[in-house]
Design a protein around this ligand. Structure first.
Ligand code: NAD
Length: 440
């Protein structure tokens, strides 16, 4: 549609709802066509998106493809391959009192019009991966990219309508006023990724219409390093997970928990790992990202003196560059331990052993991810059984969310609900119970 003035949120939702009512989004063929066109958009215009991600976050082309563009393509391919299977009605056993001729099953019904609100840190992936799920489940979608990644937001607002069915998919750009106006409308599901403060605003607005929500939030994700592990391997994997996207990753290891002797050996290993990844001057490395804006740069700079600097600690506000930083001897009450860091600072906090580590984790909000570096089956099992987190990664940060057959989401303060692969179908559908008792 061509509008001289931007379409009002109420009109966007009404228009999409009218499309949904016609039944157009329900056939599996329509869903798959939309997914294929989205895939085409990503392959044909990957370079445009990569340029936007570079402008917004200093992401290298490699990183843009790996963590956003190709990531979403894989999610689409996985969905296209399995969708028919996932949507198959599931028979349920019928109790004897209903008679031998009665049958029962569950079937997935699309919900209607879904709102997806995305954050700025993976501004393409975190908008598009939920959109893949919403479309695969047969819904109409309003997609709201983050205004804090303006180049990516503009690119998506241009590309999505050029590829998808514009009567069923709309992009609404903007910040708080536009999102507030959208949230006043009635949706059939709201999928929000971002911080817990706004998560509460979203949930309150949703309550007015009894709209179900998925909240993909963040928090401090700990990494426990056991003694007697290969610290060069641990340091390499920690550094890769932490400093990807300059630490602005919801599932990045937020801090390290380990005993004092292991901490002492881990410090130089981390310094070596940072140098191996980004050279002696990470500012000159094409592979190292930038902080999203000055406000976050200032916030992060204020956290650097929370401990002894092992590596990094320097930055350049004009370039929004903050070096990959490791802090040792960090007090559990230091400022860096009081909020989600969401930047390239890795504090090491000492605990005396596994019991203390588990207590430390359980004394705090349930994390989005928990990482464990240990060769001990007993340690691995105890952490799995005695802590709660959105996801659990043994030996490798971040990677669990690339497994399409695993649900991705938080618990407690780190969120509610989950998605990816078939779990997106669960999230964006109603599982309808059907009983059939023949009249004859
Ligand atoms: P952000 O500032 O981009 O906000 C997210 C969205 O909320 C944006 O689209 C924004 O327009 C909207 N918004 C902001 N204020 C609003 C308001 N008052 N009312 C309505 N909408 C509003 O991103 P952010 O929140 O800074 O993102 C960082 C947080 O997101 C971190 O806590 C991080 O851990 C979390 N996160 C979680 C995941 C996940 O998958 N679980 C992924 C990425 C980020």
């Amino acid at each position: 549609m061509n509008h001289s003035t931007p379409e009002q949120p109420a009109d966007v939702v009404a228009r999409l709802r009218a499309t949904f009512r016609t039944g157009r989004t329900k056939p599996v063929a329509w869903r798959m066509t939309q997914l294929r066109r989205l895939r085409e958009m990503l392959t044909d215009h990957g370079a445009d998106l990569a340029a936007a991600l570079q402008a917004d976050l200093g992401k290298s082309v490699t990183e843009a493809y790996r963590t956003e563009i190709d990531f979403t393509v894989r999610e689409i391919d996985h969905t296209l391959e399995h969708l028919a299977d996932w949507l198959r009605p599931e028979p349920a056993p019928v109790p004897a009192h209903l008679g031998a001729d009665a049958t029962a099953w569950t079937q997935y019904d699309p919900l209607g019009v879904v709102l997806v609100i995305a954050p700025w840190n993976y501004p393409a992936q975190l908008l598009l991966a939920p959109v893949v799920g919403a479309l695969a489940a047969g819904n109409a979608v309003v997609a709201k990219p983050s205004e804090m990644a303006p180049a990516t937001s503009a690119a998506l607002a241009r590309l999505l309508p050029a590829h998808l069915d514009t009567d069923a998919v709309a992009v609404v750009e903007g910040g708080i006023p536009e999102t507030t106006a959208l949230l006043a409308e009635r949706f059939d599901h709201i999928f929000y990724t971002g911080n817990g403060t706004v998560g509460r605003i979203v949930m309150r607005a949703a309550a007015e219409h009894l709209t179900p929500v998925t909240l993909e939030l963040g928090g401090k994700s700990p990494a426990f390093v056991d003694r007697d592990t290969d610290l060069d391997v641990v340091a390499d994997r920690l550094a890769r997970g932490k400093f990807l996207n300059a630490g602005q990753t919801c599932v990045a290891p937020d801090y390290v928990l380990t005993d004092p002797a292991t901490a002492a050996a881990l410090e130089p290993a981390l310094a070596r790992a940072v140098e191996a990844l980004f050279g002696t001057d990470p500012a000159a490395s094409g592979e190292y990202g930038r902080i999203v804006n000055e406000r976050h740069f200032d916030r992060l700079s204020g956290l650097v003196d929370s401990g002894r600097v092992v590596v990094g600690g320097v930055g350049d506000r004009t370039a929004k560059y903050l070096a990959p930083t490791v802090l040792a001897d960090v007090d559990p009450d230091a400022p860096v331990m009081r909020e989600e860091i969401f930047g390239p600072i890795l504090p090491i906090v000492s605990v005396l052993g596994l019991d203390e580590a588990i207590a430390f984790i359980n004394d705090r909000d349930k994390p989005l991810a928990l990482y464990v570096f240990s060769e001990s089956d007993g340690t691995r099992r105890r952490i799995a059984e005695e802590t709660s987190s959105g996801g659990l990664g043994y030996g490798l940060p971040l990677a669990h969310l690339t497994v399409s057959d695993l649900p991705f989401g938080g618990v407690g303060e780190s969120g509610m609900g989950n998605y990816h692969g078939r779990y997106s179908i669960e999230t964006f559908s109603h599982r309808k119970a059907v009983l059939d008792k023949p009249l004859g």
